[in-house]
Design a protein around this ligand. Structure first.
Ligand SMILES: [Zn+2]
Length: 312
């Protein structure tokens, strides 16, 4: 564990009427840009980034900037001895973002928080949601399926890998919600997987991507925030795009991977065994198939792994 979970109690009151949400408004008009952390309570790199921005007094030059800590209830349960346990309290906050779910009668800790945050997400023109991963693989920008999201990922310029995907069968993510997933809207959302949950590198990626996101949207200038930048603040890697073709959703009571996959493995031959779902073989559907974010939580109805290919 290379990261220290920051104390976010100073941000509880905020200034928006919603706990742990703080907004700053510039005198110049411009878009409302929202950056969110702790969508999963154990993914602390994003909380470190927001803490840095808040302590440094970063302010928008135009429009509005909102910084939000999402699943604070799960984060409060964060225990260094069992860090993986605090992903959520009742259910995954990032599978609830469908109007029917949000407007429905069901209750949970995460649904209550999502309902409280919904007006802020509704108001956002641009969203960046900060995450980290179970395995130490290269950072991944998840840009969804819409061209404008991929274009924004290219304007941000880091990380090297951009993934275009439609999310999970278990339910839509915040980045897929409402206008963010609507081809007719201009609202644009990105989700960044910064690296392994507990590595120092994840917090560096999280901060650099956030700063580059704010610069790309002219919310701040490069000079405004250069002092907060890390190793990738000025990097310009050749970005590559992975198109996700399908998610392997677990149908049975037991799923086993055929290998010790950590993600971003390229399986050269079509028909290579990936795993077994209640004994049913799951094989690669085409040559040079990329495995994306294999899960350690192999539960029926959830995503075991996503499959994709490099298209650029
Ligand atoms: Zn996450």
């Amino acid at each position: 564990m290379e990261l220290t979970p920051p104390d976010i109690e100073p941000y509880r009151a905020g200034n928006t009427g919603v706990e742990y949400v703080t907004s700053f408004v510039a005198s110049e008009p411009g878009p409302h840009v929202v950056v969110t952390a702790l969508t999963h309570g154990n993914e602390i790199c994003g909380a470190i980034t927001l803490d840095r921005l808040l302590r440094a007094g970063v302010r928008p030059r135009r429009g509005k900037l909102t910084l939000a800590f999402d699943n604070v209830a799960a984060y409060r349960e964060f225990d260094l001895r069992y860090p993986i346990a605090s992903r959520y309290v009742d259910e995954d906050f990032n599978r609830l973002w469908h109007p029917a779910t949000l407007d429905g009668a069901r209750q949970s800790v995460e649904l209550e928080r999502a309902r409280t945050l919904r007006p802020i997400v509704d108001e956002a023109d641009f969203l960046l949601d900060l995450h980290s991963m179970q395995y130490a693989t290269a950072p991944l920008m998840l840009a969804g399926l819409l061209p404008r999201s991929r274009e924004l990922a290219r304007r941000v310029g880091i990380p090297e890998l951009i993934m275009c995907d439609q999310g999970h069968a278990a339910g839509p993510r915040m980045r897929d919600y409402g206008g963010f997933g609507d081809p007719a809207s201009a609202k644009t959302a990105l989700l960044i997987e910064c690296g392994q949950h507990w590595e120092r590198r994840a917090a560096e990626v999280s901060t650099d991507v956030t700063l580059r996101f704010l610069i790309a949207l002219d919310t701040v200038t490069s000079e405004d925030v250069a002092a907060l930048g890390g190793p990738d603040f000025a990097a310009h890697p050749r970005q590559r795009v992975i198109e996700v073709t399908e998610a392997v959703t677990i149908a049975g009571g037991r799923f086993d991977f055929a290998g010790d996959f950590h993600g971003l493995e390229v399986l050269a031959e079509k028909g290579t065994l990936i795993g077994r779902d209640d004994g049913r073989e799951v094989r690669t559907p085409y040559d040079n198939c990329v495995l994306i974010m294999p899960s350690r939580r192999l539960v029926k109805g959830q995503t075991a792994v996503r499959l994709g290919r490099y298209i650029d």
